[in-house]
Design a protein around this ligand. Structure first.
Ligand SMILES: C[S@@+](CC[C@H](N)C(=O)[O-])C[C@H]1O[C@@H](n2cnc3c(N)ncnc32)[C@H](O)[C@@H]1O
Length: 203
């Protein structure tokens, strides 16, 4: 067997490993590492606050394309990407290299303490949003902003909803921690427009 054949076999083995890894983790997590489209990213940008008080997290950051946008915007904050699937995690790690302000961690975000968050961004699926909705109510400091596209956070009332300029008119939801607590404490909830101003005032 010559070197070319060995190289070809290694290449095929690596390809098979990658395919198995993606399929396995997609079934395990209930979602594939589909990146956010450029059009949705451009619309989502409009909802990003200028300043954030705390860490910026992307939950399920995939290979890090959305995280790159967050990293470029929030130069003064630590930006953290959490990704469980090994291959997208590795790509994100290579992408950000030794950037000490951006941390890519191969971990389950449902087990992560998010009490130091100032902004959370995610693109997940309905079952994960359900689990996340309860966790975020427990973890997040009041005023923390959450941006999710495509799927809403069940039981949370959005401060604002935008439609992306794409074929599907993808909805992008902005939430602010604290409103749910008000709903549950029986206090009258603020009108949505006031809340968006409050969220903007959070900047
Ligand atoms: C639809 S992709 C979004 C990728 C990236 N956020 C983007 O918008 O371009 C969702 C990602 O969440 C990851 N994921 C799902 N459940 C997770 C969990 N419990 N902990 C960490 N990552 C998770 C998946 O592996 C997948 O890469």
């Amino acid at each position: 067997m010559d070197m070319t054949e060995i190289f070809a076999i290694l290449l095929i083995a690596a390809g098979i490993y990658m395919m198995i890894s993606i399929v396995f983790w997609t079934l395990e997590l209930g979602i594939s590492p589909t990146p956010t489209s450029n059009r949705v990213k451009q619309s989502l940008k409009q909802l990003l606050p200028e300043d954030v008080d705390g860490k910026v997290y992307e939950l399920g950051c995939g290979s890090g394309s959305l995280l790159e946008m967050l990293d470029n915007k929030y130069r003064n904050n630590q930006v953290v990407g959490l990704e469980r699937s090994p291959l997208p995690w590795l790509i994100a790690r290579l992408r950000f290299g030794n950037n000490r302000d951006t941390l890519i961690s191969k971990e389950n975000f449902l087990g992560r303490n998010l009490t130091d968050a100032g902004l959370i961004v995610c693109y997940l699926c309905p079952s994960l949003m359900m689990a996340l909705a309860k966790k975020l109510k427990r973890d997040l400091p009041e005023g923390c902003l959450i941006i999710s596209h495509t799927f809403r956070l069940p039981g949370w009332e959005p401060v604002k909803v935008l439609q992306a300029d794409d074929l599907y008119k993808t909805p992008i939801y902005l939430y602010r921690a604290g409103y749910c607590k008000e709903e549950f404490s029986g206090q009258p909830s603020q009108p949505a427009s006031d809340r968006f101003q409050a969220a903007q005032g959070h900047n």
